[in-house]
Design a protein around this ligand. Structure first.
Ligand code: C2E
Ligand code: MG
Ligand code: MG
Ligand code: MG
Length: 293
């Protein structure tokens, strides 16, 4: 009896596997088509300087979007598929080109120092020609290398591939800045922070989310901010959802932040509108001023 049910379970399992593999294949062919037909889109999440006065937009993070049938697929659903199929290389290049083009257009419309932050996958940095292709994109779009930040993950640093190493040092000599994304969630040993040409630490939102009411997360957030600053890095807090978190960050001397409390990721049109407000503040969000009074 036990044997029979074990067999039934195995049958169900292998059935799930093959239907999962089928879904995976179908998704990859949809993604290929999306690339061919220009279906991908970008949203832009403003990054703010949070001084004593009202927050001031200084840059944005580009976030990939795929409008898929009735709903918008979120990146965590389709980026693994892009990575597995290798499509992340051409899609990532599209993200870079479109982000640089858009950033330059906004700079020319009266925001000359606005910077642009783009997420990279390890597959992209393993391409030996990545840095030179990026240099080409910067030339063609007219964006200065200093206006571009590339976000990489701890996992990527730990892969230690010679191609990645070569690309990272070429990027640094171009003058492009590197940010370590979701810092504290990977398995990176702290020594890596000194071994790579990093400029920015992004404190993961899982820490910021509890920083004002969970003593352990307060301690971790505070330690990451201090570590970043002591290493001479800029620190950006991610996922600021409440005013109290903004107050905490100010107290800890963290000068840069992004998150739903400040602004959700925006379409290009909404971003354009926001840039026309003084300080890049959404007119509809008086809460902005509350914390700075
Ligand atoms: P990430 O780089 O850590 O991006 C921040 C994510 O947090 C975004 O999710 C953003 O919408 C979300 N977020 C921002 N503020 C808040 C907040 O206050 N609360 C909460 N709960 N969430 C907030 P999104 O757009 O779904 O992106 C998820 C991840 O997908 C990104 O995490 C990044 O790792 C990856 N990703 C997005 N676009 C690209 C891309 O073009 N290339 C690559 N390789 N990865 C990308
Ligand atoms: Mg990111
Ligand atoms: Mg992040
Ligand atoms: Mg994240």
């Amino acid at each position: 009896r036990a044997k029979a049910s074990g067999k039934a379970q195995f049958a169900r399992y292998s059935h799930d596997l093959s239907s999962q593999a089928q879904r995976q294949l179908a998704m990859q062919s949809d993604l290929y088509q999306a690339l061919e037909q220009g279906e991908f889109d970008l949203h832009f999440q403003p990054i703010f300087r949070i001084g004593d006065e009202a927050p001031h937009m200084v840059g944005f993070e580009s976030l990939l979007r795929w409008p898929h049938g009735q709903r918008q697929m979120i990146p965590t659903e389709f980026i693994p598929s892009l990575e597995e199929s290798g499509l992340i290389v051409p899609v990532g290049e599209w993200v870079l080109r479109e982000s640089c083009r858009q950033a330059r257009a906004w700079q020319l419309s009266g925001h000359p120092r606005l910077y642009c932050s783009v997420n990279l996958s390890s597959r992209q940095l393993q391409q030996p020609e990545f840095a030179s292709r990026l240099a080409g994109i910067l030339r063609q779009t007219g964006l200065a290398p200093a206006s571009l930040i590339l976000e990489i993950t701890e996992r990527l640093l730990m892969q230690n591939s010679p191609e990645t190493q070569a690309n990272l040092s070429k990027l640094a000599s171009l003058g492009v800045r590197l940010a370590l994304d979701d810092f504290g969630t990977g398995y990176c040993s702290l020594g890596y922070l000194s071994r790579f040409p990093l400029h920015i630490l992004k404190v993961d939102r899982s820490f910021i989310g509890g920083a004002t009411h969970q003593p352990e997360l307060t301690a971790i957030s505070r330690a990451i901010i201090g570590l970043g600053h002591d290493l001479g890095l800029e620190v950006i807090a991610e996922g600021v959802e409440e005013e109290a978190q903004l107050a905490f960050l100010r107290e800890e001397g963290c000068r840069l932040a992004q998150g739903f409390w400040l602004s959700h990721p925006l379409t290009a049109a909404d971003m354009q509108q926001l840039l026309q407000q003084p300080n890049g503040e959404p007119a509809r969000a008086p809460r902005f001023h509350a914390g700075s009074a």
